[in-house]
Write a protein that binds this ligand. Structure first.
Ligand code: FES
Length: 76
């Protein structure tokens, strides 16, 4: 079985690696050509829901960082 990994990037997208199915709000599937995709968090991309790198040129900064994994696990 293949594993899916999602990695947070500081002031950047969510990096998804592995075999995933991505659908829109209506259940329509996006064609995914690569096993690695980046999902936009900033809202400035022109390729929603995928990151197109625009976050770098807009100076977008995430309001908060995801807590470290160990802290997150302690809260569960
Ligand atoms: S996170 Fe990269 S364009 Fe939004």
């Amino acid at each position: 079985m293949s594993e899916v990994t999602i990695k947070t990037r500081e002031d950047g997208p969510l990096l998804v690696s592995g075999p995933v199915t991505l659908t829109d709000h209506a259940g329509n599937k996006y064609e995914i050509a690569s096993p690695n995709i980046a999902l936009c968090r900033c809202g400035h991309t022109s390729k929603r829901p995928f990151c197109d790198g625009t976050h770098k040129t807009t100076g977008w900064v995430a309001k908060e960082l995801a807590p470290p994994a160990t802290q997150q696990q302690q809260q569960q």
